[in-house]
Ligand binder design. Sequence first.
Ligand code: NAD
Ligand code: UDP
Length: 312
Amino acid sequence: MKMKRILVTGGAGFLGSHLCERLTEQGHDVICLDNYFTGRKKNVEHLIDKRNFELMRHDVAFPIYLEVDQIYSLACPASPIHYQYNAVKTIKTSVMGAINVLGLAKRVKARVLQASTSEVYGDPQEHPQKETYWGNVNPIGLRSCYDEGKRVAETLFFDYHRMNNVDIRVIRIFNTYGPRMHPNDGRVVSNFIVQALRGNDITIYGDGEQTRSFCYVDDLIEGMMRLMNTDSVIGPVNVGNPGEFTIKQLAEQVIYFTGSKSKIIYKPLPSDDPRQRRPDISLAKEKLGWEPVVPLNEGLIKTIEYFRDNLE
Ligand code: NAD
Ligand code: UDP
């Protein structure tokens, strides 16, 4: 394989740190760019001494001047509590961030991959979701800064591709979990595991009958790298695990695998919380030869192990 210079924006975050690790192991020269809003140096500290890894503090809302062959655009807070903390900043990160990586890609003729999301489907009226579904998104709700920001980013990617011939890839990531999720991240898998390990109540929002499909991080990163390195499709491509679970089933599995005595309690459902979500991954199977191999129980056990070792 030819070694490349690769920029990973949001590289100190949950997904970014796993990606930087894989790319560094393959021998590429990796630049990890992050403003540390939700990311942590700790996530990549094991890479810092490697000669082919470099950390750069920068905000993607401002132009980036580097020379690289590939760009993975991951910078953006992903959990509702973090992306709603400063909604306007979240939109700037998605939109200005997309313009800046696309401008960079155009100048240096790099291939650029956008980490988009299943949230572009909103509260979906088609189930499971195929890439051809246009979505059902509230443009003015609490989740809109994230959902619409990601939708505009996709638009920008396709317009730069059509108008400026930029070499793009767009991945639509479905709920992904695993080691290095932030313990206060607020997403459901990390919340439930941390609550169970601390013996606190497990907080189900709503009746717990809403569904999600959870993908283990190693599977997701494999799919993302295959999309970046294929010539057979530019996207958007769904990457996620089609195993669909209710939030109540997830809570029960976490209690079972942690052996916790925590009780389940119910809290109000946040507004615009999608009722159901499951990826149709036929396109990823056909074009990338990819499908997930880690089932939820196995992934939960690994994630629980990580939190056991890392919670003070
Ligand atoms: P994360 O919050 O752990 O990582 C995001 C990273 O981006 C953090 O390191 C953060 O500090 C950095 N960042 C945020 N704003 C920035 C800015 N303005 N400039 C530079 N860096 C900035 O989240 P994650 O789960 O690793 O998600 C990574 C990407 O994947 C995001 O774009 C997210 O939208 C997308 N995604 C994730 C999931 C998931 O389930 N994990 C699902 C769909 C999409
Ligand atoms: N959720 C929950 N308890 C929590 C955190 C989340 O019941 O402590 C629910 C949330 O309302 C949603 C689902 O779990 O229905 C997934 O939430 P998450 O924030 O992980 O992802 P997203 O809603 O963005 O898919």
